[in-house]
Ligand binder design. Structure first.
Ligand code: NAP
Length: 297
């Protein structure tokens, strides 16, 4: 099939862009290899987003709006995007589709900690979804790894259930929005271990402790759960090599959010320079939908 616009990714930015582009009269298909919604599906309380609904509610609302507008949703993984006679070809395991413009909104995934025990205890104390799993750690001690917004936001969720939440951070200061730092700092169950790195997750059937290096010394801390929030890595393996990347693999764009390949745009967490704020992902999506429509006029 051929579309005016192919949007890669059905997260918040992709669904927002697709809905706007379709309502502007373009034929639009979204491609998604996993469940629609992206990372916000694991967030019950969206922070700083108008309406303050849950991530699942927001994603469902946008998905429904896109479907009602007439966006075609295709459950296939894109493996390549290549120029084809003044337009583009997007390639999936099931075949090829044509697109006059391509919007890459494929988002990012949580980085792994990469220590022994992390994979072994996945689902047995190791988790990356505080909102899903916090009730299983009622009155238990847990460790959160990281010193960014995700670590603080999820520590606050865990503190509603757990006996204590120890945030293990490799640095000596947090890189966190003020309101999250203030709330976490004031919470009696949350404490931060500075200059500390988790070296291994240990246990028997379930997680029992972490081994960490704290201020140069090895320590073991008893805990029933370990939640690592050590940043995101962009999902951009399929993007053409001609599109430049930053050191973290995020796609480079100009101020208009177009990549070095004219007609291919990038928005949201896959893009270098994205703020990390959901409202900015939605704003980028709306801007690019309009730019794509203007380009195709
Ligand atoms: P992030 O901002 O990149 O922070 C990652 C944290 O993990 C940093 O403190 C970093 O330490 C640490 N870290 C990185 N690699 C590590 C390793 N191997 N071992 C131990 N620690 C490691 O990631 P994030 O917190 O997931 O946030 C991602 C984006 O989403 C950000 O833009 C954020 O603002 C946004 N976000 C927003 C909200 C919200 O608006 N409420 C909520 C969540 C996330 P260093 O500081 O030493 O580098």
């Amino acid at each position: 099939m051929n579309y005016d616009v192919v949007v890669i990714g059905e997260g918040i930015s992709g669904l927002t862009c697709a809905g706007h582009a379709r309502r502007a009269g373009l034929s639009v298909a979204t491609f998604e290899a996993n469940l629609f919604g992206g990372l916000v599906l694991n967030v019950n309380e969206l922070d700083g987003y108008p309406g303050a609904e849950s991530g699942t509610d927001l994603a469902s609302r946008l998905m429904q709006a896109a479907a009602e507008a007439g966006v075609t949703s295709i459950q296939e993984e894109i493996t390549a995007v290549r120029p084809a006679g003044g337009a583009f070809e997007v390639v999936t395991g099931a075949g090829n589709h044509g697109a006059r413009q391509v919007v890459i909104a494929s988002g990012a995934r949580l980085k792994k900690l990469g220590v022994p025990g992390e994979a072994e205890f996945e689902g047995r104390g190791v988790s990356t979804c505080a909102d899903c799993d916090a009730p299983m750690f009622q009155n238990e001690d847990v460790v959160v790894v990281g010193g960014g917004d995700s670590a603080m936001q999820e520590a606050l969720v865990l503190a509603n259930f757990c006996r204590s939440v120890r945030v293990v951070h490799r640095g000596d200061k947090l890189r966190v929005q003020r309101h999250l730092a203030d709330r976490a700092g004031a919470h009696p169950k949350i404490s931060v271990m500075w200059k500390s790195t988790v070296e291994a997750i240990l246990g028997g059937k379930m997680v029992e402790k972490v081994r960490l290096r704290h201020d140069g010394k090895i320590e073991k801390i008893a805990c029933a759960g370990v939640f690592a929030y050590v940043g995101l890595e962009p999902s951009a393996g399929f993007a053409p090599p001609e599109i430049g990347r930053d050191a973290g693999g995020h796609l480079l764009t100009n101020d208009a959010l177009e990549t070095a390949m004219p007609g291919v745009w990038a928005i949201g967490a896959v893009r270098a320079g994205y703020s990390g704020l959901l409202r900015d992902a939605a704003a980028e999506a709306e801007r690019v939908a309009k730019a794509v429509r203007d380009r195709l006029d």
